[in-house]
Design a protein around this ligand. Structure first.
Ligand code: ZN
Length: 343
């Protein structure tokens, strides 16, 4: 449990909704962060945000009915969406993977349809809060999450607060610059040398393809198309090029983590997202994590690195909705405190 939450109240329920370009995931979560029920449905972004919001609310009622629970126990909802967004204004701006959702007052609309207050968050920040609340970051007061997928996303939580920034663009840790050479790789944002251009799933495939094009020998040369999973399988099977790519990815991540470690000095750094090279279940995943740790130790103040825990995230694809529910719970608790103290 995160450090500043109140004593548990078993009656309280919270709903977390995590909007992605493909699916909307949602769940009903209790006061201790346990998932009571969860589901998902296709976003069908061309139908627009109101469709998804109404569908989400209808699914919440359905889940509660199936569990024999009353909606009156739902105190607040949490909503995570991709950026860019204006969090204080409750607006989703122009997300690249939700082109039908431009300039939409998503928080207010959900609040009206659900008849409850809504906490609005960046999806990666919500995932970070989920790990902080009941995942691999539980028990720490500060956390940085790196999510490795199509891009490199992230979230930073310090003492229950998500570091969203003055313009809702904080914690864009995939866009930390780790290569300042003129020939650095081009990031998806168009700039040079960002972490995402080296350590995302897209980048791992691109770097492997570059090595193969340069004539490096590998079993992957026979593959018509590459994926991180194929690269991981080749590395586990002893392919030296694939192994080199995975370990270089760890080195690039270590550069990014060292940068954040010097800024935040967090209690724990978590590696999440779809690309984890098997995580703790495989030797490759364990070697990947060990290489990240040694890279961070080499490039970070000893005082920071010695006490910094670096682990894989635990909640998987449920982190976003669990964390959104956790943020809603935090804000519900704050509103109760404000009511009781008159502030
Ligand atoms: Zn970038």
């Amino acid at each position: 449990m995160s450090p500043t939450v109140p004593a548990e109240n078993p009656e309280d329920l919270f709903v977390g909704i995590d909007v992605g370009g493909t699916n909307v995931k949602l769940g009903v979560v209790d006061d201790q962060g346990r998932v009571i029920a969860d589901t998902f449905f296709p976003t069908e972004q061309q139908k627009g945000p109101r469709y998804a919001i109404e569908m989400a609310c209808s699914r919440v009622h359905q889940l509660l009915d199936e569990c024999g629970l009353e909606y009156t126990r739902v105190r607040r909802l949490g909503l995570g969406t991709p950026g860019p967004m204006d969090i204080p204004a409750g607006l989703i701006l122009n997300p690249s993977n939700l082109p039908g959702w431009r300039q939409f007052p998503v928080r207010q609309t959900l609040s009206e349809v659900a008849d409850r207050p809504v906490t609005f968050a960046n999806d990666a920040a919500a995932a970070a809060f989920g790990e902080y609340w009941v995942g691999a970051g539980a028990g720490f007061t500060s956390l940085v999450l790196f999510t490795l997928g199509t891009g490199v996303g992230g979230g930073i939580i310090v003492d229950d607060v998500s570091i969203d920034g003055a313009h809702s663009h904080g914690a864009e840790i995939g866009h930390v610059r780790i290569d300042s050479r003129a020939e650095a790789r081009v990031c998806s944002c168009g700039m040079l040398g960002h972490l995402e251009a080296y350590a995302s799933a897209t980048a791992v495939v691109a770097r492997t393809a570059d090595y193969l094009a340069a004539g490096k020998e590998s079993v992957l040369a026979d593959q018509p198309s590459l994926t991180p999973l194929l690269i991981a399988e080749a590395a586990s099977g002893g392919d030296s090029l694939a192994l080199e790519v995975v370990m270089e990815t760890a080195d690039y991540l270590a550069d990014g983590i060292a940068c954040l470690a010097h800024v935040i000095d967090p209690g724990v750094v978590l590696i999440g997202g779809a690309m984890n090279f098997g995580g703790l279940k495989t030797e490759l995943g364990r070697d990947f994590l060990a290489r990240i740790k040694s890279g961070v130790r080499e490039n970070t103040f000893a005082m920071v690195a010695e006490n910094l825990v670096i682990e894989f995230a635990q909640l998987g694809s449920g982190a976003g909705f669990v964390g959104a529910a956790g943020l809603a719970r935090r804000d519900f608790w704050r509103s109760q405190q404000g009511a009781s103290t008159g502030s």
